[in-house]
Each structure stands twice: as structure tokens, then as C-alpha cells.
Design a protein around this ligand. Structure first.
Ligand code: FMN
Length: 357
């Protein structure tokens, strides 16, 4: 059976696959436009996206806002008819300004996690930009949907449900993540679909639910569609593509990663995340790394107590220093065995999903 397109309040992506936003600099205009051209939703990560701007250190906010605008414009010129999104973390210091740039540039979709994007509807008012929260539980889905509907009479245009197998920061406690059996994404997705039903009925409108975290094959995509999801968000697989914006070393680190090298690490915020267990992580565990310069990127980070600077560590990695930098990766990253073009990956995923529907 054919995969159904993903409809986001009137916007239609031919293929129901969203490429997850990956900071810093892993998903920018090259990857996002390639995915959008292949029929999916391509997503630029707004996190410290100005790291190549000359004033990145001296005027970090201005550099990032300019960098974001440039990347959106580049992606649009490379994929004029594709669906483009931007991932903005609510935990970032200049969140509202980043949203404003997306609205001004008429980005199709903002996907926002790392906390609940409580006042996002008001920020995109009277714009063409659709909005989607990222949640990790049915409770989180209910809280944000109730808040948006009550305060703004706004139903989420899409909900991304991210489970514990994702790469990067995770919305689960270290205790939950250290258990031998992780909470099941399928159970969480089913719970979210159930909890959204009364809101959909009250508004007479469907909220597409998209599953994320550890989804690797077309067969798994089919399983989530059969469960009632409208699509999937995948990130790890898109790193090992020719078009991914990260340095070749970053992609090869995925190809070479073994299962026992992918671990839960604690970010400077004290939040757990999944990353490669490399020299950087070991050094931090042993002694910490001095912070030379604070970019004030995250609201909750305190440079006086943080064991290292996350911006510095992530930028190092994306620029190719995969031993001294922080390499985020999803739990299934050990399955990556080659770097291929985005179109080839999308074709493989669609063919396999359709054979299993
Ligand atoms: C390298 C990397 C960086 C990521 N950065 C972000 C980010 O900046 N913001 C965010 O919301 N999610 C981020 N994520 C999570 C992805 O967007 C996605 O939801 C998740 O990784 C999906 O699971 P998968 O990688 O197993 O496919 C990142 C994931 C990876 C692998």
C-alpha cells in the first residue's frame, strides 16, 4: 500500500518523513533542501546556526539570527517548492527573535522542543508558519494542547512525539534512561493519539502525530503508520548522507560507531542526552573542561558550574574534530554502514515502508 502524504493544516508533504532538526550545524540548508526536494519535510536547526559568521564570538545573537536567515533563504532557493521547517529549542536565550526570523522568512513549519513552547501561537499570529511542539509523553501532549487551545484557541498543527532512543537531548530522566528496558515509543505514541482525540473532536480538525526516536527502517515507519501516526521524524539516518551539512569526519564517526560506544551523557545543563562515548566525554567525566568563552546560548546554563561549553563542543564536532567535540547520535546509529545520497535513502525507506503496509 502507498504511504499517505503528510498534511499539516493545508500544507502537504508527499512523503510523511520529517528530517529531525540537528544542531549545531548538522542540519542546515543543504540537508534540509535535499530532504524537501525528495518529498519529505527538511528541517534546519536554529541552534547556534551562525557559527561560521565572523562575529560569532563577539556578537553571538546577531551572528545566529543572520546565519538563520541566510540558511532559510539558501534552503528556499535550493528547494523552492519543498516544505521547509526550522527546529528551535525553547531553552535557547534568543528564542523569540529566532521565531521572528522564521515568520519573516515565511518558513512553513516551526518544530519546538527542549521544554514546552508555551507562547508560540502568539509569536506566529497572522503568519503562514505552522507550529509543532515536541513532547515525550501523553501528559506533555495534553498540557501543551490544553494551554494552546485555552489561551489562544489554537490547535497544534502537528505534534512530534520523541521517545528515549533519539539522539541529542532527551526528555526523560537519567533514572528512566539507565533502566535496561526503555519506555516504548509505540506506547507513548498511542497514548498521545488517544489524549488528543477530544481536542480534535472539539475543533473538528485532525492533529497529525509524528513518531521520532530510534526509527531506522521503512518497516518501522510502516509499523508507526499502522499504529495511527501520520508520519515519522528521523535524524540519525540523515547524518550519513552526502548532503548532510556536517564534516565528513562526523558522518564517518557514525559509520564506525559500535553499539557500546553510544551512551547517555549529561550535558552542561544536567540534562541527559545520547552521544558517542569519545575522548571529549571521557575527559569531562574525569575532570571537566574549562569554559573559555560563554555564548549564553541556553537559558539554564551557568558557566560557573557547567563542566564544559556545549556550543564549543558541538561546533568542534560538526567541523570535524570528532574526538574532542561532542557527537550527538541516536541509539540506532551503530547500524549506519555507508554514506549515501538523500534521494537514495528516501527511496529505500519509502519502498520498504510501502512493502510493509
Ligand atoms: C546530531 C543530532 C543533533 C540533534 N539536535 C537537535 C536539536 O538541536 N534540537 C532538537 O529538538 N532535536 C535535536 N535532535 C533530535 C532529532 O531532531 C530527532 O528528533 C531524533 O534524533 C530522532 O531520533 P533518531 O535520531 O533515532 O532518528 C538531534 C539529533 C541528533 C542525532
Amino acid at each position: 500500500m502507498k504511504l499517505k502524504p503528510l498534511t499539516i493544516d493545508g500544507l502537504t508533504a508527499r512523503i510523511p518523513i520529517i528530517q529531525g532538526g540537528m544542531g549545531k550545524g548538522v542540519s542546515m540548508s543543504s540537508l534540509a533542501s535535499a530532504v524537501a526536494n525528495a518529498g519529505g519535510v527538511g528541517v534546519i536547526s536554529a541552534a547556534q546556526v551562525g557559527f561560521r559568521e565572523p562575529d560569532f564570538e563577539s556578537d553571538n545573537d546577531a551572528a545566529n539570527l543572520r546565519g538563520l536567515r541566510k540558511e532559510i533563504q539558501k534552503a528556499k532557493s535550493m528547494s523552492p517548492d519543498g516544505i521547509l521547517g526550522v527546529n528551535i529549542m525553547t531553552a535557547t536565550n534568543n528564542y523569540a527573535e529566532q521565531v521572528r526570523v522564521c515568520v519573516e522568512e515565511k518558513v512553513n513549519l516551526i518544530i519546538s522542543g527542549a521544554g514546552l513552547p508555551t507562547n508560540l501561537p502568539e509569536m506566529v499570529k497572522n503568519s503562514v508558519t505552522k507550529i509543532a511542539p515536541i513532547v515525550s509523553s501523553a501528559k506533555g501532549a495534553r498540557v501543551i494542547t490544553r494551554l494552546w487551545t485555552k489561551k489562544y484557541n489554537y490547535l497544534p498543527d502537528l505534534v512530534v512525539v520523541e521517545g528515549p532512543k533519539a539522539g541529542g537531548h532527551l526528555g526523560f530522566s537519567p533514572e528512566v534512561l539507565s533502566k535496561p528496558v526503555l519506555p516504548s515509543l509505540k506506547d507513548i505514541v498511542s497514548g498521545v493519539i488517544e489524549i488528543l482525540k477530544p481536542f480534535e473532536e472539539a475543533f473538528g480538525k485532525k492533529i497529525p502525530v509524528v513518531a521520532a526516536g530510534g526509527i531506522y527502517t521503512g518497516k518501522e515507519i510502516a509499523e508507526f503508520i499502522k499504529l495511527g501516526a501520520s508520519g515519522v521524524q528521523m535524524a540519525t539516518r540523515f547524518v550519513a548522507t552526502d548532503e548532510c551539512d556536517a564534516h565528513r569526519n562526523f558522518k564517518e564517526a557514525y559509520v564506525n560507531a559500535n553499539e557500546d560506544e553510544i551512551k547517555i551523557v549529561v550535558s552542561p545543563l544536567g540534562m541527559p542526552g545520547r552521544a558517542l562515548y569519545n575522548k571529549h566525554v571521557k575527559t569531562v567525566e574525569e575532570s571537566g573542561r574549562k569554559i573559555k568563552k560563554c555564548f549564553r546560548c541556553l537559558k539554564a546554563c551557568n558557566p560557573a558550574t557547567a563542566p564544559y561549553c556545549i556550543t564549543e563542543a558541538l561546533v568542534k564536532a560538526v567541523e570535524g574534530d570528532v574526538e574532542d567535540g561532542l557527537v550527538f547520535i541516536g541509539s540506532e546509529g551503530c547500524k549506519v554502514d555507508k554514506i549515501i545520497p538523500v534521494q537514495e535513502l528516501m527511496d529505500e525507506l519509502v519502498t520498504e515502508a510501502e512493502a510493509n503496509l
